[in-house]
Design a protein around this ligand. Structure first.
Ligand code: PLP
Length: 404
């Protein structure tokens, strides 16, 4: 067979055109460092969009995947094995939940949550209680149901007709809530901190009001913690920091630390509606993925791990605020834990793409959260040295941009 030389140009030849990756192909990573195929080193302050919880090539994950790889990779859900059961056990032991459904991504976990909410309402209240309330700027995934519940109209444009009975309200706006959450509502889906929407923290009063209105109307409160979960905010799940408990919680991204896995967590009462045959996922709970997620959770739940996240978060925030003050580029730095958004101002409004590109040129990977927010979501075990080097490269990128 003819040898194919793979370059960045090959990507455009063979991929559907819905992504536009950077000009350099990445080759390998170690901790919070990544190298491209030419050997250029980058500090990774993006962690694959809040996924690489333990950085790249973490020894704990390599051991887990290696040990499991020579046992069993996959079996259907007609059988069960230890890694998936252990994962669900750990999630149940460390959260409000009694029951777990495993799947392969955040969108799939949210799809399960939304379907379960409709089914629970159907089982307990009959027809007519199917409405879902969600929020503008929310992001819940890319399936048709989850883009429809998400609050970014550009993601449903041209894909209609979309599922019915979905209402979008302004986030953190108490006045908008009262009439829309009513006896026809089966669920309210919300990110306790909006990630893709721009690192906007839920107001505790607002989230508590959602809890109260759900209780008053027999609706389920779904927290989408796909991005905020697994230690990202400094709490194991963000709901713990708020002290507001949902009926359903979805988790993915950081749960697998880089292997695709998702989970939907709920109570015994709500789970009772997912009887045999109502829902499923071929790869959900796959022993290979679950064994890696177990290694991630063992680390994140280890004594002292989350305290260190909060310490490094304080350093990251202080340095970003310093860069903002020095170069006048940010109006504020917001977010929680190792998950911060620097909001652009003045001449830099809506230029997060330029800032992220300049950062990559300077040897540091950062994210965007919409056109006006530069997002930082490093590995939770990033070292002080990696963080300091990454931030000094980011400072240099901002200096080059603003003084140009
Ligand atoms: N929910 C939230 C809050 C997210 O941030 C994301 C991804 O960015 C998703 C759901 C979708 O997850 P996935 O891309 O794994 O389907």
């Amino acid at each position: 067979m003819e040898e194919t030389r793979i370059t960045r140009a090959t990507f455009d030849e063979v991929f559907t055109p819905n992504y536009a990756p950077a000009a350099k192909l990445l080759e390998r990573g170690l901790g919070s460092r990544v190298w491209d195929v030419e050997g250029t080193e980058y500090i990774d302050l993006s962690a694959g969009i809040a996924v690489n919880t333990l950085g790249h090539a973490a020894p704990e994950m390599i051991s887990a995947v290696t040990a499991q790889a020579s046992k069993i990779w996959h079996h259907s859900n007609a059988y069960a094995s230890e890694p998936g059961i252990r994962l669900a056990r750990t999630l149940v032991n460390n959260t409000f939940a009694d029951k777990v459904f495993l799947c392969s991504s955040g969108g799939e976990a949210n799809e399960a949550a939304l379907k379960l909410a409709r089914r629970f309402a159907f089982d307990n209240y009959g027809d007519g209680k199917h409405e879902i309330v969600s929020f503008q700027k929310a992001f819940h995934g890319r399936t048709l149901f989850t883009v429809s519940v998400g609050g970014q109209p550009k993601y449903t444009e041209g894909f209609g007709p979309v599922p019915e009975g979905i209402h979008h309200l302004p986030y953190n706006d108490l006045d908008a809530l009262a009439d829309v959450i009513n006896e026809r509502t089966c669920a309210v889906m919300v990110e306790p901190v909006q990630g893709e929407g721009g690192l906007i923290e839920g107001d505790p009063v607002f989230l508590q009001r959602l809890r109260d209105l759900c209780d008053a109307n027999g609706a389920l409160l779904i927290f989408d913690e796909v991005q905020s979960g697994v230690g990202r905010t400094g709490d194991f799940y963000a709901y713990m920091g708020y002290g507001i408990v949902p009926d359903i919680l979805t988790s993915a991204k950081g749960l697998g630390g880089g292997i695709p896995i998702g989970a939907m967590l709920t109570t015994n009462e709500v789970a009772a509606s997912l009887v045999i045959g109502t829902h499923g996922s071929t790869f959900g709970g796959n022993p290979l993925a679950a064994s890696v997620a177990n290694a991630v959770l063992d680390e994140v739940l280890r004594h002292g791990f989350l305290e260190r996240v909060s310490e490094h978060a304080a350093l990251l925030r202080a340095e970003l605020e310093g860069i903002g003050d020095r170069f006048g580029i940010f109006s504020e730095v917001r977010g929680r834990g190792l998950w911060l958004g620097a909001v652009l101002q003045g001449d830099w409004v809506d230029r997060s793409k330029d800032v992220a590109s300049a950062a990559f040129e300077a040897g540091v990977m950062v994210l965007r959260a919409g056109p006006n927010v530069v997002r930082f979501a490093p590995a939770l075990n990033i070292t002080r040295e990696e963080l300091t080097v990454g931030l000094s490269r980011f400072r240099r990128a901002v200096e080059t941009l603003t003084l140009a």
